[in-house]
Design a protein around this ligand. Structure first.
Ligand code: SOE
Length: 382
């Protein structure tokens, strides 16, 4: 058997996303035949006891408590950023400057300005880079991409996406600190716009091209919350809910909505696309199914098909079990690593690149700007 090339990974952050990434690095070679093999070389976080415990559980060889030391290490090839949003830019720019490959959690920056600096850094040093917009790699969503690229939908008229959650409804939930930094605007950059709509926007632009302009509304339902780090009751600066209309460059119209106040919904990411010939629907709570309607079907049998995406001719599925058996959320991260490592071998880096991540941040900037101005806002293309 051919010897695999070792790729030494240095992970920053050990929260929810640190776990999804670690699992992906650890599993990928069991299921995909690749030239490269990630090695869990070091994990970095500020709390020594916790980072050691994490390293022990996930099999990292060593720990660091200062990301600068991690970036400076000669034995690290790739820096993976899974720490809160306000740390992404500084770490990514330093890592690119040190010649490391960089993977970064979404959203890429706190805003488009920060993301643009990150793009400049990786493009200047020419290092492979990627943003973890994992939902592109749900097999059903990847199949939607194939169907659109094959022209099966024809001209696209409508794109509709929602991402609904309900975990911040309680007014007693504090903001800030581990697990709750997503509620602290100084750490997260924005609320559901950057956290949830960013996913919808990334998928949408991948499937349907660039977005030209938006008109948006946002709301912060709970205006003050106790801050976990200061102990004081402080103003809430994030958007709890965000909705916008958009015009795509291809002339299609869109509606997007995200909230953390939709009681009963935990992670209901849904999308629907209506084209001249056919429509597609997908739902994260039923992620292994793609809904497909084709007007060109014989009239008597025409109707929505619910395709079970578990066959070996569906994207990614030949690497998993036998037809009929499903995979889930964590596999999307494994697919992302597999595609990244394949890109290293064949020189064709797959998206989403930092440049793609910047394009999404430009849209979320325009959404937040429009919610303030009450006007349609153009999406910056720079
Ligand atoms: C927020 O609750 C969150 O964890 C996001 O940060 C993730 O990106 C999303 O995939 C699930 O929800």
């Amino acid at each position: 058997m051919k010897q695999k090339k070792k790729l030494n990974v240095g992970l920053v952050g050990y929260g929810f996303m640190g776990r999804t990434h670690s699992n992906a690095f650890g599993q990928v070679n069991n299921f995909f035949e690749l030239d490269y093999e990630p090695v869990l070389k070091a994990v970095c976080a500020r709390d020594t006891d916790k980072v050691k415990a994490f390293a022990g559980q996930w099999g990292y060889e060593s720990v660091e408590t200062d990301w600068r030391k991690l970036v400076a290490r000669k034995d690290i090839d790739l820096i993976d950023i899974a720490s809160p949003n306000n740390t992404h830019a500084e770490i990514a720019i330093a890592a690119a400057g040190a010649g490391k490959m960089v993977l970064c959690e979404k959203p890429l920056g706190m805003n488009g300005g920060e993301a643009a600096k990150m793009v400049r850094a990786v493009e200047k040093s020419g290092v492979p880079n990627m943003v973890w917009y994992n939902y592109r790699r749900v097999p059903a969503v990847a199949l939607a991409k194939q169907l659109i690229d094959e022209g099966r939908l024809g001209r696209i008229f409508h794109y509709r996406a929602k991402f609904l959650q309900d975990w911040t409804i309680s007014k007693d939930l504090p903001q800030g600190g581990a697990g709750l930094w997503r509620l602290d605007v100084n750490v997260a950059g924005s609320g559901v716009t950057g956290d949830l709509l960013a996913h919808c926007i990334d998928t949408a632009m991948w499937l349907n091209g660039g977005i030209d302009q938006v008109t948006a509304m946002t709301e912060t339902f709970i205006k003050q919350r106790q801050h976990n780090l200061t102990g004081k009751v402080e103003a809430v600066g994030i958007d709890d809910a965000s909705a916008f209309l958009a015009r795509f460059g291809n002339g299609s119209l869109a509606t997007f909505e995200a909230t953390r106040y939709a009681r009963g919904h935990k992670a209901l990411y849904t999308l629907e696309i209506n084209g001249e010939h056919a429509s597609i629907g997908w739902d994260l709570h039923d992620l292994h199914r793609l809904q497909f309607f084709d007007h060109r079907d014989e009239g008597r049998l025409r109707g929505w098909r619910s395709v079970h995406i578990t066959d070996s001719d569906h994207p990614y599925m030949k690497h998993w079990w036998v037809p009929g058996l499903q995979i889930g959320y964590e596999h999307t991260f494994i697919h992302q690593v597999a595609d990244f490592l394949t890109g290293l071998s064949d020189g064709k880096m797959p998206g989403p690149s930092f440049r793609d991540g910047l394009a999404t941040d430009r849209v979320t900037d325009a959404v937040l700007k429009s919610a303030q101005s009450g006007r349609w806002e153009k999406v910056s293309k720079k």
